[in-house]
Structure formats: C-alpha cells, structure tokens
Ligand binder design. Structure first.
Ligand SMILES: [Zn+2]
Ligand SMILES: [Zn+2]
Ligand SMILES: [Zn+2]
Length: 133
C-alpha cells in the first residue's frame, strides 16, 4: 500500500502565491500597457500605390465645394480632399468606410496617413519618419 500524498501544504506556500500573484499582476499591467501603445502604432505601408483613377474629389464634385489638396484611399482608390479643404472628404471617407490608410496624390508628395494608428507613413520607409505635414 502506498502512502497517500500529504494534504498539508508546505510552509511558505502562501508567500509564494502572494509573490507570484503580484508578479503576474505587474506583468499583466505591463503587457496591457504595451498593447495599448501598440494599438496606436501602425502596421500599414504605402509602398503599394495604386494610381488614382481620377484627379478630383468626388465629394466636392457632388457638393460643389472646392478642394485644396487631394488624398487617395489605399484600400479602394477613392479620392478625397484634405483636412484643409472645406469638405474634408478624405477623412469623411475613412469615417464612413473604415478604410484606414490614405496617401497624398499631390505631385512630389511621398507620404500617407493611417487614421487608425494616427501615423505618418513615408514611401519605402518606417512610419512617422518626419514626413512633411
Ligand atoms: Zn495603420
Ligand atoms: Zn472634397
Ligand atoms: Zn476607401
């Protein structure tokens, strides 16, 4: 006959549990903090650049407003106007579709913007590398 496992817990077990619980608590806080940072950073790139099919803002065409600069959605290719324009149709497009990334289609502009990560994207480079606002 084998002797049953003693049910009495070893000394110090409670302290051990307390230590590990507080360690895990700190670890969980650290992870969720890092996760909250990560959700604001961007995983997108603007290296794949479909060419815009039109060079006008369809929202402005419809509403009779004038755009200042044009942006293009990288998800569907829709062209909308920038935040300086009256219609702000580029951000309006994001708000109505959830398409996260646009890029400027102004000549010589090589940057984009991720609405979700709130990050500047530069062509062939890392996010937020000091692009010209
Ligand atoms: Zn992004
Ligand atoms: Zn517009
Ligand atoms: Zn789109």
């Amino acid at each position: 006959m084998t002797s049953p496992t003693p049910s009495r817990r070893p000394e110090g077990r409670r302290d051990y549990v307390k230590t590990i619980t507080s360690y895990l608590g700190n670890e969980m806080r650290r992870i969720s903090f890092e996760r909250s940072l990560r959700s604001r950073s961007c995983v997108h790139s603007i290296d794949e650049r479909p060419e815009p099919s039109v060079l006008s803002c369809s929202g402005c065409d419809r509403e009779g407003t004038t755009w200042v600069k044009l942006r293009m959605c990288l998800t569907c290719g829709a062209v909308g106007c920038c935040d300086t324009s009256v219609g702000r149709h580029a951000v309006g497009h994001f708000e109505s579709t959830g398409h996260p990334v646009m890029r400027s289609i102004e000549p010589n502009d090589t940057w984009g913007w991720c609405y979700v990560g709130e990050a500047y994207l530069v062509l062939g480079g890392a996010a937020g590398a000091g692009a010209d606002r």
